[in-house]
Design a protein around this ligand. Structure first.
Ligand code: SF4
Ligand code: SF4
Length: 457
């Protein structure tokens, strides 16, 4: 009998460890002495603790772990087939944006004039719907479309947005919207006539901080217009969430924004969460911080400033380990990182299809076209087949079933292939978030199940 080879051991605090079974999600707290005894393999199989740990699947007989691994592989194949029946159609009416944020990952597209200047016309939208209907002819589940950009909600594009909403609505689609919020208030009455499931708006901190980062051509800040839009959306009962893009330039202002968010009466009706700004191709932005710094510094803020409490939802991002340990969800192993590998089709304004939100406009990641007719290239399967079983490093990794292989797009940027691992998010979640949330659960008796999630995939 031996400890699982792919066991996950997380240090909770001095002398206390969490032993997690990556095949079932079962987790048990051990002291250092027991952990050392188990790792040495020198123990009495009839001793009570050992019998208990065996029952929980942490200790197995020789050969049993290989069977478990094979079982996980079959499960992943089965789940992949199921998830691939649920399409998520993302519409980019234009690449153009009415803001000039210094950290934008689409900045490199500004130079590609044809793409940048094109906005969908009705003929293109009709082609898009033909593609959507053909892809959905055998699909299952909710019929949903996401507006994305560039910036989809620009006043000058009002009529084409209305056209898409009406056409989608007639065909039974509901909608989600990702917007910078600058022109949002103009669209609220229109959007409220349709089935809008979520609207995500970015605010990067208190007014002064936000306006330094998210401004229009010429420098005019957008904070006041965004606030006006959110207040109006609440009057119209539209579901709104705030995304706060964080780097070293605004991290320290999060508590101040949290205070504003609470005093404004937005919490908990309006969702709000913080996430880190990623680097992007051809963009040099000096305030970037690593995922590790972001995770560590964010937790420091939560530990030292009570105003942060209203942003606790930030830890409710798609993370199967946190969901299982701290939100009471059944363990759902993650065999791929995101919907790009099963469900997402992103339709741009010039007739191309991409699999990933951050890869739009990058020829090397284009997976197909929908105009004049729907067709896919070899890259489509290449993206769809990325799982932890097809990335050699991930096959061997004990975090694989919590991680899914990490972001494919960032893996490509770092190593030139989407079939390489991108470990940071899960690695630092295990190292910093699990011990922190355990402490919160113990001391404040508060768990993630008390806050809503706002998953957007
Ligand atoms: S591949 Fe990465 S950037 Fe693209 S949608 Fe997935 S997680 Fe997001
Ligand atoms: S990306 Fe890294 S942490 Fe994630 S499964 Fe692969 S090797 Fe493990």
């Amino acid at each position: 009998m031996q400890l699982l080879e792919k066991r996950v051991v997380i240090k909770l605090n001095e002398g206390q460890y969490l032993l997690v079974n990556p095949y079932s999600g079962l987790a048990d707290i051990l002291d250092e002495e027991t952990l050392q005894m188990l790792s040495s393999g020198n123990f009495d199989p009839h001793e009570e603790t050992i019998v208990g740990l065996k029952r929980r699947g942490h200790l197995l007989e020789e050969g049993e772990e290989e069977d478990l691994f094979r079982h996980m592989y079959s499960l992943s194949e089965q789940l992949h087939e199921e998830f691939s029946k649920h399409n998520l159609h993302v519409v980019m009416p234009t690449y153009e944006c009415n803001l000039q944020c210094p950290y934008c990952f689409e900045r490199h597209l500004y130079r590609k004039d044809v793409k940048w200047k094109t906005t969908m016309d009705e003929k293109t939208v009709d082609c898009l719907f033909e593609a959507v209907l053909s892809l959905d002819s055998e699909a299952e589940g909710e019929k949903c479309m996401v507006f994305y950009g560039g910036e989809p909600l620009q006043v000058k594009n009002y009529s084409i947005i209305e056209y898409i909403l009406k056409k989608g609505d007639e065909l039974g689609y509901s909608f989600k919207v990702v917007t910078n919020g600058a022109d949002f208030y103009h669209f609220v009455p229109l959007l409220s006539q349709f089935n809008i499931l979520k609207t995500q708006i970015t605010i990067d901190g208190p007014k002064e901080v936000h306006d330094r980062r998210r401004f229009k051509k010429g420098g005019k800040g957008t904070f006041d217009d965004i606030v006006r839009g959110i207040d109006l959306a609440l009057d119209y009962d539209l579901p709104v969430g705030i995304r706060i893009n964080v780097d070293s330039a605004n991290m320290g202002h999060l508590p101040e924004f949290a205070e504003y968010y609470r005093e404004k009466g937005w919490y908990p009706k309006v969702y709000a969460f913080a996430t880190n700004v990623h680097g992007a191709e051809c963009t040099s932005y000096s305030s970037l911080i690593s995922v590790e710094e972001f995770t560590r510094e964010l937790i420091d803020l939560f530990l030292t400033d009570e105003r942060m409490d209203v942003l606790f939802q930030t830890f409710r991002y798609p993370n199967v380990l946190l969901e299982h340990l701290f939100a009471g969800e059944p363990f759902k192993p993650r065999f791929w990182a995101c919907g790009s590998h099963t469900s997402i089709f992103i339709y741009d304004a010039v007739g191309d299809i991409y699999p990933c939100y951050e890869a739009v406009g990058e020829e090397v990641h284009k997976v197909g076209e929908y105009r004049p007719v729907l067709k896919f290239n070899d890259r489509f399967d290449h993206w769809r087949k990325r799982t932890v079983f097809t990335i050699p490093e991930c096959r061997e990794c004990n975090l694989a079933f919590f991680c899914g292989g990490g972001c494919a797009h960032r893996a490509y940027d770092a190593a030139g292939s989407i079939y390489s691992p991108m470990c940071d998010k899960t690695k630092f979640s295990v190292e910093y978030e699990v011990p922190y949330l355990y402490q919160v659960m113990k001391e404040k008796k508060k768990s993630l199940s008390e806050v809503r999630d706002w998953y957007f995939e």
